[in-house]
Ligand binder design. Sequence first.
Ligand code: AOF
Ligand code: ZN
Length: 360
Amino acid sequence: MDEKYMRRAIELARKGEGHVNPNPLVGAVIVRDEEILAEGYHARYGDLHAERSAFANLKTDATGAEMYVTLEPCCHYGKQPPCTQAIIEHGIRKVYVGSDDPNALVAGKGIRQLQDAGITVETHVLKEECDALNDVFFHYITTHTPYVVMKYAMTMDGKIACHTGASKWVTGEEARAHVQRMRNKYTGIMVGVQTVLADDPLLTCRIPEGRNPIRIICDSSLRTPLDSQIVRTAEEVETILATVKEDPERIAAYEEKGVQVLVTRQKDGRVDLADLMEKLGERKIDSILLEGGGTLNYSALQAGIVQHVQAYIAPKLFGGGEGFTPVRGIGVDDPAQAWILTNRKVTSLGEDLLMEADVI
Ligand code: AOF
Ligand code: ZN
């Protein structure tokens, strides 16, 4: 076994980022006598799985070769026929697997099928690195609700804007470019109506060949202006308004402009975020970048829908501005009641830092 081939498979898997959801990112490498015979990855939802894409790239026969694949090969008929069948037919001798596939249709059965066909299987090769590719998929396939990433940019004194409300810019170019990558990676982007009223944002992805996230506005009482940029561009970029206000006339006015209106259960007169997540999950939205602001962020934490937090931190101080913090509401009474985050990771982005962690 040579870990370098699994590292290559991980690198290949990442190429599908933003295009395979709600499927996982998967990469595969076929090796014989220390020579790579072919490589493949899952590039687009509905297209060939990584293993079959590698077989399609073969220029020679693969009998007796070994395969490195970042996820347990599937054994079910979905949008694609089972990968196990292709591995068996090509005479692969040994398969190295990174992550287990928790999809109930696979979940260990893929590995068993290979073993039953006489193929040697070694599992959990670079498992941690392979697992890190698919936080979204593992969450979505087991809960059927989106993986939610709460994101904000703040100064070292914890401000997301000045007392005037001005927030362009808190962080520098590299940090902002990283946010654009996240908008490409996650399927949806969610903000509260207060952000729409304050900033009139577009919430699109501005990287070349990037994909626009589905825009989701939490707007309990339908205050989103019909002439806001988001409503005006709803024909081109999928847009969902989540509300509890059943006002047929107002709803028809949004729908006429291409906005989808989703009426959810209510909680204290507001959108019930847990119910909204179930409804978005049913629409195959596997992940959401939550770009706040502070009131929605607090509600999201309280509703228990947040899986991951990304804090971009700029070496600056704004001072003042009590309201302009990333998480508002009343907060906890005591440090002992804090939301505890785990798997902390820090990345340097130009002058700024990205500190991220998982919500337990
Ligand atoms: C693999 N290799 O590259 C991927 C796998 O609807 P389908 O046919 O695309 O199947 C989707 C399911 O297959 C997905 O939920 C996951 O369990 C597995 N994805 N498996 O062997 C791949 N993308
Ligand atoms: Zn497959």
